[in-house]
Design a protein around this ligand. Structure first.
Ligand SMILES: NC(=O)c1ccc[n+]([C@@H]2O[C@H](COP(=O)([O-])OP(=O)(O)OC[C@H]3O[C@@H](n4cnc5c(N)ncnc54)[C@H](O)[C@@H]3O)[C@@H](O)[C@H]2O)c1
Length: 713
């Protein structure tokens, strides 16, 4: 028997319709943890007995939380699963409860008004009908592969039977949520009703179902799809293609997508019970993989990072309803787009009409592309763009809650802008600078209210990079930081709280890593080889390609700042300077380590080898260890300097801010698989061969002496 207050209310109305309303009092969203699943089980058992006595005649499952349905299972509980047997038992229990739901003998309806993910979607799939609202937060998805597992409460089994193999594969392998309109087109939602008046539409619809007045439209399938999905050879083709694609996108490092494909293929023609058993075994296999443990840990670290401030302060942080962006450059335009995409009005100010126009154009382009990719409905693109107001003056600033400053990277300009801007702001507004290398504390010294000045360090390109470093300056108040935290979360990004130290966390760690790539080239390692070794390790791109993307001018500027702050160990190689002298800026001018004919990325530019004129060679092991062990070493230095609170913050920030391979769990989690003594010994070896930049950090030496763990520190 499940204990505690029941979060699922059961009401039977005068039409004999049962309304199951899920509303977990201790959480902002509904999660299907084991206690809630127990309550669901109880409710289903109660309903079975009642149905036997003639009522209810239909059952609706809905959420009591406006704008969100059920966001999934409770990942914290999954994080505690330590064996395949435990994973199997959990999956089995969920399958059993949803089978019970699917066997109720009256129509069951999932009323999806808001986000519906993972276990929430599997619950909806076990219902007879799925009704969605057209609210922009209504998204239906199965994101389990992102945690290294597969949907195993019936998702892999029921979804392809409902919407077809190809669409089910696409949903499960991508793990993204689908908007209501797409869910309807794909046959996942039976009806879409306006969010305004959703309840009335729903009620009427349910009554019609009971009266037998609703026809279910058959799934439309083209001749080609019937051939592919309904015949043996067609299916073999589909599954093999999916496998090839999954290996290509995952670099072979993530087993879950392949497992999901196997489970779907094996279970398609089996009875429901047998199919669920196949799914259950698939989950048990995945739960034991290192990739899954690492991905689940990163997910939980992301949640913990959001709680880096005192709970009461975070709870008090009010929603940001209007934003101002200063500077309409690469970052300003990107930030304005992000804010508008989340339906928040934003005024973007620049001092130059041409730059302002370019910034607005950039934002509009990004919105259009997001619409094309189905991130939101194409009709919404114009409405969202209308939320961005461009200006050369401070008009509209008297009404904003947050200003994000993204003007040129020069302290006197930023301080001047801050002073000017403050004259126009309401008393409560927070001023956040997007600086990547200047001191936020120094900037705040120009402010009349330094407690309200923080850093919000977005990464480029803003729409793609999930991390935002939230910088605490000496006098930043918790309340201002909490406002920034809430805003970052509302924008769908992950905030990590960092101290106001040079390079904050991510740029500081990248410093020695990128510099080392230059030293390797000087010693004769080919550009393609350096990049190959690190992409094979799992980095999304090699360091030379990354330098091309960042731009040599920006990279040199950051490198100089890092050297000024940290001295010898951040001294850059001469390579980037040499290439800059040759008129190369990286991708932005089509000339970097790589060539970019007609803007498209091609092979290594042959001229580069001639410019470097290096002789010699470096082994692949040395390339990998030199770059990555320097990253580990700098992470240990940064922790000693208290740039972030925990080793978990380092791992999270490196994955979210640089694309460090998530399946490896982060730089320090990976370092633990190598061991501190081995890393120290290699660093000492490199130090004697190549100089003091490899000197092991004091903390690393201590850890190596006791063979301690980087992540437990
Ligand atoms: N580009 C990146 O990769 C990146 C990444 C993270 C952070 N940042 C930081 O973001 C900030 C902006 O960088 P960017 O790359 O977008 O620069 P940018 O040069 O593309 O844009 C700067 C814009 O600010 C405008 N500007 C200058 N003075 C102004 C003023 N007084 N008021 C209003 N606008 C003014 C300029 O006209 C220009 O449009 C910098 O602090 C930079 O360090 C940049």
């Amino acid at each position: 028997m499940t204990e505690g207050p029941n979060p699922i209310a059961l009401d039977i109305d005068s039409d004999k319709i049962a309304w199951l309303t899920l509303d977990q009092s201790d959480s902002r969203v509904n999660l299907l943890g084991s206690a809630t699943m127990g309550f669901l089980d109880q409710r289903f058992s109660e309903l079975e007995s009642r149905i036997a006595t003639g009522q209810p005649v239909a059952i609706v499952i809905r959420s009591g939380k406006p704008g969100t349905f059920i966001v999934g299972a409770d990942v914290r509980e999954f994080g505690e699963v330590s064996s395949a047997a435990e994973a199997r038992a959990r999956s089995h229990e969920g399958q059993r409860i949803f089978q019970r739901l699917s066997r109720l003998t009256v129509p069951t309806i999932a009323a999806i008004d808001g986000s519906c993910m993972g276990g929430g979607t599997e619950l909806a799939l076990a219902c007879d009908w799925r009704i969605a609202s057209d609210r922009s937060s209504t998204k239906i998805g199965l994101p389990e592969v992102k945690l290294g597992i597969i949907p195993a409460w019936g998702g892999c089994v029921r979804l392809p039977r409902l919407i077809g193999i190809q669409r089910a594969l696409r949903m499960i392998l991508r793990g993204d949520g689908s908007a209501a309109s797409k869910a309807k087109r794909w046959g996942l939602a039976d009806r879409v009703f306006p969010a305004d008046g959703f309840e009335e539409h729903l009620r009427k619809f349910v009554v019609d179902i009971v009266l037998g007045q609703v026809e279910r439209s058959p799934r439309a399938q083209s001749f080609r799809d019937r051939l592919l999905e309904g015949t043996g050879p067609g299916r073999t083709l589909l599954f093999n293609r999916a496998r090839k694609e999954a290996v290509k996108t995952s670099g072979g490092h993530y087993p879950a997508p392949l497992e999901a494909i196997d489970v779907i293929e094996k279970s398609l023609d089996l009875s429901l019970d047998d199919a669920l058993a196949v799914e259950n075994e698939g989950l048990a296999r995945m739960a034991e993989t290192e990739a899954s443990r690492n991905l689940v840990r990163l997910f939980l670290l992301g949640q913990a990072a959001r709680r880096a401030l005192p709970e009461d302060v975070l709870n008090d942080a009010s929603e940001t309803k209007r934003v101002a962006v200063l500077g309409a450059g690469i970052m300003g335009g990107g930030i304005a787009e992000l804010v508008a995409a989340h339906d928040v009005p934003v005024v973007m100010k620049d001092i130059d009409q041409g730059s302002l126009d370019a910034g607005l154009h950039h934002a509009s382009d990004l919105l259009r592309k997001a619409g094309d990719r189905g991130i939101f409905a194409a009709e919404e693109v114009g409405l969202k763009f209308a939320l961005i107001h461009g200006s050369l003056e401070y008009d509209g600033f008297d009404d904003v809650d947050l200003v994000i400053e993204a003007v040129v990277e020069r302290m006197p300009v930023k301080q001047q802008v801050l002073r000017e801007c403050e004259e126009h702001l309401p008393a409560h507004a927070v001023f956040a600078t997007n600086t990547s290398s200047l001191s936020v504390t120094e900037l705040a010294s120009a402010s009349g209210r330094p407690a309200q000045v923080v850093g919000l360090h977005f990464f480029n390109p803003v729409h793609r990079m999930p991390l935002v470093e939230v910088v605490r300056a000496d006098r930043s108040s918790d309340a201002a930081l909490a406002c920034a935290f809430r805003f970052v979360g509302d924008m769908g990004k992950t905030p990590v709280l960092v101290a106001d130290r040079p390079g904050f966390l991510v740029n500081r760690l990248l410093g020695p890593y990128l510099n080392e790539a230059g030293y390797l080239l000087e010693q004769g390692a080919p550009v393609a080889e350096v990049d190959r070794v690190l992409t094979e390790f799992g980095m999304p791109m090699g360091p030379c390609r990354l330098l091309d993307e960042v731009g040599f001018d920006v990279a040199q500027h950051v490198a100089r700042e890092m050297e000024r702050a940290f001295g010898e160990r951040m001294k850059p190689s001469a390579v980037v300077g040499l290439l800059t002298e040759d008129g190369r800026l990286g991708r932005k001018n089509g000339r970097g380590f790589y060539s970019y004919p007609k803007g498209r990325q091609a092979g290594v530019d042959r001229e580069v080898g001639r410019l470097l004129a290096a002789k010699g060679s470096v082994s692949a092991d040395d390339i990998r260890d030199r770059c990555l062990f320097l990253l580990v070493n700098e992470a240990v230095h940064a922790l000693a300097d208290e740039v972030v609170g925990t080793p978990g913050d380092v791992d999270l920030a490196m994955v979210m801010g640089t694309g460090f391979p998530p399946f490896r769990g982060g730089i320090l989690q990976w370092a633990d698989t190598i061991g501190a003594p081995r890393i120290r010994d290699r660093l000492l070896e490199f130090e004697s061969a190549h100089g003091p930049r490899f000197a092991p950090a004091p903390g690393l030496k201590e850890l190596a002496d006791i063979d301690g763990s980087f992540t437990a520190a």
